[in-house]
Ligand binder design. Sequence first.
Ligand SMILES: [Zn+2]
Length: 257
Amino acid sequence: MKLIPLPAFQDNYLWVLHDGQRALVVDPGDAQPVLAYLQGEGLQLDTILVTHHHPDHIGGVDALRDATGAKVYGPARETIPEPSTRLCEGDAITVLGLRFDVFDVPGHTSGYIAYYCPEVGGRPLLFCGDTLFSGGCGRLFEGTPAQMLASLDKLAALPGSTLVCCTHEYTLSNLKFARAAEPDNLKLINYQRRCEELRERNLPTLPSTIEQERDINPFLRTRLAAVMQAAKHHDAATPPDDVAVFAAVRKWKNEFK
Ligand SMILES: [Zn+2]
């Protein structure tokens, strides 16, 4: 199996997984780069997985379905291009012979789902779109901080070796904020250096891993004393409870330059 991030728009990745003959694509906001890749590699598109309804995640679904006849899976509680098979937590699907478990992870949008494959090429794999980024998390457009914290807790509890395939190359700007939230985290400092080197060579910083994110991502670390103190330092009114600290860190990031 080969896992490829196809660049699209400014900073999106359209993840393709294929076995040399058949492929799946996640959140194709644009059909063109996917069709070009399929043609170049001689692949048949089997399946389209959709995490949520934002245009940069569904814009290419109809064109790809029309061109290839691919099956479309998406969230049960959101509006995406039909026909699709609607999924929610507890569902499992088999794509290219691989099992994918579906998780409800509301927060960025209210009906958001993520796709988790327990084993591909010897390790687990997560397609999480705009919920978990490397060094960050999605903005709360529809959900509450409590929902997003619970969603991120669910993803952070996956095996550490899980490959984290997110939809945007936001890593360097996320890490700039992470350094402000946790200036003394040595793993974070080292990771930032490695990611800067990758971007200088125009290479993706993704996929990340769950273990990496647990070590450096402030949104998975809001219960740690250092992050709680930083949140309180930024906004002295932050009460000492998990959701309030998470909400304060998310708000701080929104304002961070
Ligand atoms: Zn989105």
